[in-house]
Design a binder for this molecule. Structure first.
Ligand SMILES: *Cc1c(COP(=O)(O)O)cnc(C)c1O
Length: 506
């Protein structure tokens, strides 16, 4: 399959029909698929980073109905090359700086391949004991790399579980917290309905949108979601005084505060909430304390960044996405809880068709009771692969290299007085903008949006934006596995060139 990038887009019907799982066919076709993917990575820098297609492009290219007779793998791969790849934004491109990274790696892919290849469904221990037990073990391993307190490990009441995404991690945490507070209140003789309308959640306006979505799904009254202001004066971290004032006001108003979500590494600017101070207040009021470190959690395996998690010992749940910046192919969101019984009480189901001796004897973990769906993939294989094939030292070096590259970009930006940095660079995200041009009446909003669009539509790099304190802010997130110093140097040249031509047009 070498040279697929140059393959012709003509198709010929060559199918003779694959058998469902014939070993020889499996071996041959899977080898070809690996070659196809390897060629994709070989050629990845030749594609525009952000897909340039228009909405609905694919409908024009594919038939309206599924084929009646089998087609050949060659034809399908030709379609992938000619029709699907142009519709991809290349997240693994070294020139991808948008959002946060969503890493793949050789080890991550090998784990993914093994997981997909074995394709067991490990919702209960009995369904594949290894799937459950390996997950328990690798989340203990990762928890120890993060120096999480003992209570989050499987030796006691706590433990880790792999969720699909950070959004699911915060949702199941809210559901466990809500169930717990309801049970406690019922014991005090209060009625369920009177409590439900008083349940109150706290987070900052820099927290991820998944917190609000989790509240919606969990049935929290939208009026009882406190999205507290975290502005530029604290570098977008939530001030503890604002949290404690909101709590006191709500308690005085007869509400029942029950959940706080703090963020280590916010999505807009990687701000770090003061989790020790916030957690201390949350504990005084008996709240469930969730710490979302979806992006920045990966950096905390390095001792020099671990201090950002000081205070996590006060948390009830903590999550980070290994699929963002820790080389683990999507998806793999790790969630640790201190008291897994509270998750299980909230989420367990006892259908007759799922009953088995190991579960009834309470000798095992059944991860179906720690998550929303029943079925689950054997995702710990990916994490196990990356932890073993890169080792903690390899992973730390990987993170540190990206942070060095981001620092270098920050220096380049600071050295150019047409630009300015808009938030501290704590990890590998740089927030900046082109200073407002002469004649800008909107504080640089349009000129920066135009600059961004001009660069992105050139296809040479892809980056996204946010708004901080009302200011249009460009974000460059370094963290794709192939990114090197030279890619960032080139990115900076491209941004400067487009900024110059924008200035000339004025
Ligand atoms: C990316 C991100 C999320 C959401 O991640 P998903 O896994 O896609 O749900 C949540 N919180 C923070 C801080 C993030 O950066």
């Amino acid at each position: 399959m070498a040279g697929l990038a140059r393959a012709s887009c003509e198709r010929e019907a060559t199918g003779s029909g694959l058998k469902p799982l014939d070993v020889d066919e499996f071996r041959a076709t899977a080898h070809r698929m690996v070659d196809f993917i390897a060629d994709y990575y070989r050629d990845i820098e030749t594609f525009p980073v952000r897909s340039q297609v228009k909405p609905g492009y694919l409908k024009q290219l594919l038939p309206e109905t599924a084929p009646e007779d089998p087609e050949g793998l060659d034809d399908v791969l030709t379609d992938v090359q000619c029709n699907i790849i142009p519709g991809l934004t290349h997240w693994q491109s070294p020139n991808f700086f948008a959002y946060f990274p969503s890493n793949s790696s050789t080890a991550g892919f090998l784990g993914e391949m093994l997981s997909g290849g074995l394709n067991v469904n490990g919702f209960s221990w009995i369904n594949s004991p290894a799937a459950t037990e390996l997950e328990v073990i690798v989340l203990d391993w990762l928890g120890k790399l993060l120096k999480l307190p003992e209570e989050f490990l499987s030796s006691g009441e706590g433990g880790g579980v792999i969720q699909g995404t950070a959004s699911e991690a915060v949702l199941v945490s809210i559901l466990a917290a809500k169930n717990h507070v309801l049970e406690m209140s019922l014991k005090k003789g209060l009625s369920k309905w009177s409590i439900l309308s008083t349940l109150t959640v706290y987070t900052s306006d820099q927290a991820h949108s998944s917190v609000e979505k989790a509240c919606t799904i969990a049935g929290i009254d939208p009026q009882n979601l406190r999205v507290l202001p975290a502005n530029g004066s604290t570098n977008y971290a939530l001030p503890p005084e604002i949290f404690s004032k909101a709590l006191a006001d709500d308690v005085a108003a007869g509400l029942l505060p029950f959940f706080l979500c703090a963020t280590v590494g916010t999505t807009s600017s990687t701000a770090v909430d003061p989790i020790l101070a916030l957690g201390t207040i949350a504990k005084e009021y008996g709240l469930w304390f969730h710490v979302d470190a979806a992006y920045a959690g990966s950096a905390c395996i390095c001792p020099e960044y671990r201090h950002h998690l000081d205070g996590v010992e006060l948390a009830d749940s903590f999550s980070m996405n290994a699929h963002k910046w820790l080389l683990t192919n999507f998806e793999c969101a790790a969630l640790w809880v201190k008291n897994s019984n509270l998750l299980v009480t909230a989420l367990s189901t006892q259908a007759e068709y799922l009953r088995n001796k190991a579960s009834e004897m309470r000798m095992v973990v059944d991860f179906k009771d720690w998550q929303i769906p029943l079925g689950r993939r054997f995702r710990s294989l990916k994490l196990w692969m990356i932890l073993r094939l890169y080792g903690a030292s390899g992973l730390r070096a990987y993170i540190r290299n990206h942070i060095e590259i981001a620092k270098h970009l920050e220096d380049l930006i600071r050295a150019d007085d047409r630009f300015e940095i808009l938030a501290p660079r704590t990890f590998a995200l740089v927030c900046f903008r082109l200073k407002p041009l002469v004649g800008d009446l909107d504080n640089g909003y349009r000129s920066n949006a135009e600059l961004q669009e001009a660069v992105n539509s050139s296809g040479s790099i892809f980056f996204t934006h946010t708004v901080l304190s009302g200011v249009y802010t460009l974000r460059i997130a370094v963290g794709a596995p192939l990114t090197e110093m030279r890619h960032v140097d080139k990115a900076w040249e491209v941004i400067k060139e487009h900024a110059e031509s924008l200035q000339l047009k004025r």
